[in-house]
Write a protein that binds this ligand. Structure first.
Ligand SMILES: O=c1[nH]cnc2c(CCNCC3CCCCC3)c3[nH]c(NCc4cccs4)nc3cc12
Ligand SMILES: [Zn+2]
Length: 372
């Protein structure tokens, strides 16, 4: 077995279940990747992130290059040692966040010059510099430097942006070099245009990557338009390589995308909403700050085995959230990440036995019941 390989164990319709084998451990797919922004999954110790069932974390190139700096992390032994997570880490290229977080950006064919939103210092990102930074961090799965066009955008703008991203994909591939046991993923662009998505997929396939992301979605197009694109986009990518839908998503987004052939996901929702009192449950989203929970002695979700649901009442979660106690973020983040991993395990099991349709029907039925 090569040091980085993807094996599909079973399929159910377009859905696949299997694993990615890496030198730092296996990644069971479909997989949800918790986001570890500034070298931490906020409000969680890494051993507890593992306890939720996560096989892989996301590292954030944009934040880490600004603070503490990629060279500093490398001098300290790399991101795995720095944040005490010895399993796989996927890092993004930094490009998406430069466009959404940085100040005074100057875009060119070469790359992006920008000022840090933290201290105003000057920085530069390009395919070559992004590959260098992700290598310094010690990332196991590296993402190409791409441009995600802001929507709404006309076809001409989408075409121009996609073609730039394909030139940057080639430059990323060339700069990545040969790193056994490490993977480089290309990112498909093309907006909601099937022919442009096809051109992008052909360009990426001819360059050759270890995995392929579907980019340019979950940027405000809505679930119906996203699913419409996912009805064809994953099939344009190599069938035998992992497919990663970037930035997705809500539980029902993930279920629909798995049905359409996606293997990997990342989203800030479970961790970010955990800090704002929003619990993701099998009955849908529950706002623990709502007064209806103030006297409720029941657990958040009686079927959930996480610490929040095993040892605390809704009344307690409501109280510590209202009081803005640190434990409030800890408990709800833990629950949300646990729920996401339980959902992924359920999807993997259902695909393994050809029962995905039944699983999805039960998933939607429970959410239609709502939270009592
Ligand atoms: O084409 C894309 N190219 C590159 N990255 C994309 C991302 C960022 C994925 N998460 C990165 C993480 C790295 C570590 C820190 C957290 C993010 C997307 N996120 C979304 N939607 C969710 C969105 C999030 C914010 C606005 S839309 N669509 C995306 C499309 C692309
Ligand atoms: Zn729970």
């Amino acid at each position: 077995m090569s040091r980085f390989s993807f094996t599909i164990a079973a399929t159910d319709g377009k859905a696949r279940t299997g694993q990615i084998d890496t030198p730092r451990g296996e990644i069971r797919t479909p997989a949800f990747m918790p986001v570890g922004t500034a070298a931490t999954v906020k409000a969680m110790m890494p051993e507890n992130v593992r306890a939720t069932g996560a096989d892989i974390l996301l590292g954030n190139t944009y934040h880490l290059m600004l603070r503490p700096g990629a060279e500093r992390v490398a001098n300290l032994g790399g991101l795995h040692k720095f944040m005490n997570w010895d399993r796989p880490i996927l890092t993004d290229s930094g490009g998406f966040q430069v466009m959404s977080l940085a100040d005074l950006r100057k875009m060119s064919e070469d790359g992006v010059r920008f000022k840090s939103h933290i201290d105003g210092s000057e920085h530069f990102l390009s395919p070559e510099r992004s590959m260098e930074i992700q290598k310094l961090l010690g990332s196991d799965i590296v993402m190409c430097f791409d441009e995600c066009p802001a929507l709404p955008a006309d076809r001409a703008a989408i075409t121009k942006s996609m073609e730039l991203s394909m030139r940057w994909a080639q430059r990323s591939r060339d700069a990545f070099g040969d790193r056994p046991g490490h993977a480089l993923f290309g990112i498909q662009q093309g907006g909601l245009e099937e022919d442009l998505r096809g051109k992008s997929a052909e360009a990426l396939t001819s360059i050759g990557f270890d995995g392929y992301a579907v980019g340019g979605l979950a940027v405000g197009e809505g679930q119906e338009a996203m699913f419409g694109c996912l009805d064809y986009a994953p099939d344009q990518l190599p069938q035998d390589k992992p497919r990663y839908l970037m930035g997705v998503g809500k539980p029902d987004d993930i279920v629909g995308a798995v049905q359409r052939g996606i293997d990997m996901f990342d989203c800030v929702l479970p961790s970010r909403s955990g800090r704002t009192g929003q619990a993701q449950t099998r009955f849908g989203q529950v706002n623990i700050r709502n007064a209806r929970h103030a006297d409720d002695p029941r657990p958040l979700d009686p079927e959930c085995t996480c610490p929040a649901c095993s040892n605390y009442s809704r009344a307690y979660l409501h109280h510590v959230n209202k009081a803005q106690e640190i434990i409030a973020s800890m408990l709800l983040t833990w629950h949300n990440l646990h729920y996401y991993q339980e959902l992924m395990q359920g999807l993997r099991d259902a695909i393994s036995v050809g029962q995905l349709d039944q699983f999805v029907a039960a998933f939607h039925a429970k959410r239609a019941e709502g939270d009592m």
